[in-house]
Design a protein around this ligand. Structure first.
Ligand code: ADP
Length: 411
């Protein structure tokens, strides 16, 4: 079955076409047929990059007023007589659509087929994800217009994997009515990624979910850690919004919330302005004053840039503390898994996080660690490490395609 996977942002749209079915899932032989990215939707100069798997990129710039026009452009390319994608020649060759949907609140503990009720419930969660959910809804509406009402569409939520967290993990220590009246609680994000890499680890090791206690570290521009006990998320570092938790590219992560009012007063600006700084100008970028890009920071630190080094040290120290606290939460762990752009490639970051953790049974092998880059799926811990450490590339699109296939095929 050919699944169109859509990840819709406010002015961007990423897509993949993935061919999957039960046999392909079983053998891990799902095929990515094509992918693409459209940026600056809503402008006269939207940038489109499309690529058939294994072939050169096709790029163009054109006016695109909205997400509907962007999806139409994807369809035009897919069905163009010059585009030869195995098994795709018309709109009918796309059999279902899977949408990355950021916030499902407490309502969705798994992926669901989209209907009017689901759309209404995603709308109800807009207050909790004001930047993301409206964009996801635009993607759903635009896809229905282009492909027609009959094409099956599925929503796969970033929050769903974390709905197994117990109250003691998801409640904040604030008046209880904030939760009952306003739904203030930890929801967690990157659920699709944490779910995928923990599933891959179990598959590689031949273990059932019940046999595992894992800590997954998704480290990209956004970063989150997750404690997965018996296959279920029991705690995660991102909170009601993606702002909480680990230090990230531009987000501060954990901090004392009274800082917001204090700095707003000092700088004579609104709390909203400081809140914006904490989201968009903090983290690696804010501390170093240079960049949110881990590679560039490592290069600058090598040249002796002091604040770049401080940012790197803070990043590793804060990540390390999450590993320690989740070891405590689960009374140990069998494995730590690194994923995301930094987790998959940043061997220095992985070493800085794992070094000095022998007291809790974690020791990486420097040679294996240095080898684990660019899509490698491998163990990097030493033979004497009590806790295994793995690098496993994430693949959120694949999970979305598989969930979509399973839901659409279920009788
Ligand atoms: P996003 O969260 O936007 O999907 P990615 O998962 O692509 O982001 O991660 C982006 C981060 O990964 C950036 O900080 C980038 O510097 C980092 N990164 C990519 N390659 C490397 C590398 N070889 N070494 C260290 N960091 C890397």
């Amino acid at each position: 079955m050919n699944i169109l996977v859509l990840n819709t942002g406010s002015s961007s749209l990423k897509f993949q076409i993935i061919d999957t079915d039960y046999e392909k899932i079983e053998k891990s032989e799902d095929k990515q047929l094509a992918k693409g990215l459209i940026e600056r939707i809503g402008s006269d100069k939207a940038d489109l990059t499309f690529q058939i798997t294994g072939q050169d990129k096709y790029k163009k710039t054109m006016p695109l007023a909205d997400h509907k026009q962007a999806i139409d452009e994807i369809v035009n390319w897919l069905t163009d007589s010059n585009t030869h994608i195995d098994g795709i020649s018309s709109l009918k060759d796309i059999h279902a659509i899977g949408h990355r949907t950021v916030h499902g609140g407490e309502k969705f503990s798994s992926s669901v087929r989209i209907d009017e009720n689901v759309v209404a419930m995603v709308e109800e969660c807009v207050g909790l994800a004001p930047l993301h959910n409206p964009a996801n809804l635009k993607g759903i509406a635009a896809a229905s217009e282009t492909f027609g009402k009959d094409i099956p569409q599925v929503a796969v939520f970033d929050t769903a994997f974390h709905t197994t967290m117990p109250e003691k993990a998801y409640l904040y220590a604030v008046p209880y009515n904030y939760y009952t009246d306003y739904k203030v609680r930890k929801y967690g994000f990157h659920g699709t990624s944490h779910r995928f890499v923990s599933y891959r680890y179990r598959t590689l090791k031949g273990l059932t979910p019940e046999q595992t206690k894992i800590i997954t570290m998704h480290m990209g521009n956004g970063c989150s850690a997750c404690a997965i006990d018996h296959g279920k998320s029991i705690d995660t570092s991102m909170g009601m919004t993606p702002l909480e938790g680990m230090m990230m590219g531009t987000r501060a992560g954990d901090l004392d919330s009274s800082l917001i009012e204090y700095v707003a007063h000092k700088e004579n600006v609104s709390c909203e302005e400081i809140f914006n700084v904490i989201n968009k100008k903090s983290g690696l970028f804010g501390v170093s004053g240079l960049t949110n890009d881990m590679r560039d920071l490592e290069a600058e630190a090598q040249k002796g840039h002091k604040r770049a080094q401080i940012a790197l040290d803070m990043f590793a120290y804060r990540a390390k503390k999450y590993i320690g606290s989740y070891m405590a939460a689960m009374n140990g762990a069998d494995a730590i898994i690194f994923t995301g752009g930094i987790g998959e490639n940043g061997f220095e970051a992985r070493a800085n996080i794992c070094n000095g953790l022998t007291a809790i049974g974690i020791e990486i092998d420097p040679e294996l660690n240095a080898k684990a880059i660019r899509g490698a799926e491998m163990k990097i811990s030493s033979s004497t490490s009590k806790v295994e450490v793995w690098v496993i590339p994430t693949n959120e699109e694949l999970i979305i395609a598989r969930d979509t296939f399973r839901i659409v095929s279920a009788k």
